[in-house]
Ligand binder design. Structure first.
Ligand SMILES: Nc1ncnc2c1ncn2[C@@H]1O[C@H](COP(=O)(O)OP(=O)(O)OP(=O)(O)O)[C@@H](O)[C@H]1O
Ligand SMILES: [Mg+2]
Length: 336
């Protein structure tokens, strides 16, 4: 796809292999294929969700997007600049524009420093504020932006509930006025009642600050409320990418269909039989040949073992990686 100014992030062929030492005396290495040949774009201002079962490579992908982790191969262009070509100084500058929100705000916040100091640190590192007075005022403002009192600045992480801690994590992430945020399962550690509040907060901030976001989640019900587009991963591979509306209405990849059918609320109006996935995800140390999903795919044919399907456009706004052209119309769904 040609680059245009609408594209903030352009990822091509992104791959991460983790070497794993064998159990033999001689140091032999095998590789975990955590992310394999993944390509997609994120448009300015949109929320792209990345979904998939545990171990599908979501966190690995998310961390590479902001260079918390070095890719084995592939390219990442951020706002027209190659992120992988940046030297340390350039990377530090870019760091203010890209931020990460963690699943567990407790482990990402230092228990020995107050939340005000934790947020103030970000302001200082990125030279957002210049005097202690300015810094404290901005910290209070940020805390209020995420629905906490400014006076919370003097308190320590353990004095907050899970939801409040995630608000602090969010305040910290937006402190440097980023353009782009990767949020890795930001609500999965929270009670369902609190999840909605945090998701609302993230939606508000996104609109208010014009943020672009990659939102990682294994929970399709969560994604449905926040995502403009959804990318579905399985065993390190991108299986389907589509607008949230299209994907939930009519999945075009057998894996997406199976994932959706496991979500009761979304499944309500479905006429077709439930498509339960059998078996475990194969080991990423020795993924199946051809299509990695074939061993669990109800539509798999012999050819699926021979060809690695490439992500191909199917319709104006979506792509999928499946060689079975004859099963383009998976169960038509009514919007729930
Ligand atoms: N540092 C590492 N060394 C070796 N293997 C790793 C490392 N980090 C991740 N992996 C492996 O890479 C694969 C992808 O892991 P990743 O954490 O990205 O998945 P995920 O989709 O985020 O899963 P979850 O939903 O459980 O968070 C897994 O098989 C995992 O065991
Ligand atoms: Mg993860």
């Amino acid at each position: 796809m040609p680059e245009n100014s609408e594209t903030l992030l352009d990822v091509q062929g992104l791959t991460k292999l983790f070497p794993v030492r064998g159990k033999t005396v001689l140091p032999t290495y095998r590789y975990v294929q955590a992310v394999k040949d993944v390509s997609f774009q994120v448009r300015r201002g949109e929320v792209l969700a990345i979904v998939g079962e545990s171990g599908s490579g979501k966190t690995t992908l998310g961390r590479m997007l902001i260079r918390l982790l070095e890719p084995t191969a592939g390219s990442i262009d951020f706002d027209g600049t190659s992120l992988l070509a940046l030297n340390k100084t350039q990377l530090r500058l870019a760091r203010s524009r890209v931020q990460f929100i963690f699943q567990d705000p407790y482990s990402s916040l230092n228990p020995y420093i107050s939340v005000g100091e934790a947020i103030g640190e970000v302001l200082e590192v990125h030279k957002i504020t210049h005097t202690p007075h300015e810094r404290d005022a901005r910290v209070a403002e940020l805390l209020e932006m995420v629905g906490l009192r400014g006076s919370a600045a003097t308190r320590y992480p353990h004095e907050f509930s899970g939801g409040q801690r995630q608000r602090v994590g969010i305040a910290r992430a937006i402190a440097a006025n980023p353009d782009f945020i990767v949020a890795d399962e930001p609500v999965s550690a929270l009670d369902v009642s609190v999840q909605a509040q945090i998701l609302n907060l993230m939606s508000d901030l996104r609109a208010r600050m014009g943020l672009t976001m990659v939102f990682i989640s294994h929970d399709l019900a969560v994604v449905r409320h926040i995502a403009d587009r959804v990318a579905v991963m399985y065993l390190g591979h991108l299986m389907e990418i589509a607008t949230a509306e299209d994907l939930f209405r009519k999945p075009m990849h057998p894996y997406t269909e199976a994932l959706l059918s496991a979500v009761p609320a979304i499944d309500r109006n479905k006429v077709k039989e439930r498509q339960v996935l059998h078996g475990d995800i194969p080991s990423p140390l020795s993924p199946p040949s051809g299509c990695v999903f074939r061993t669990r795919c109800p539509y798999a044919i012999e050819a699926c073992a021979k060809t690695v399907p490439v992500l191909e456009t199917c319709g104006s706004t979506r792509s999928r990686a499946c060689i079975r052209q004859d099963i383009m119309n998976l169960s038509e769904r009514e919007p729930a």
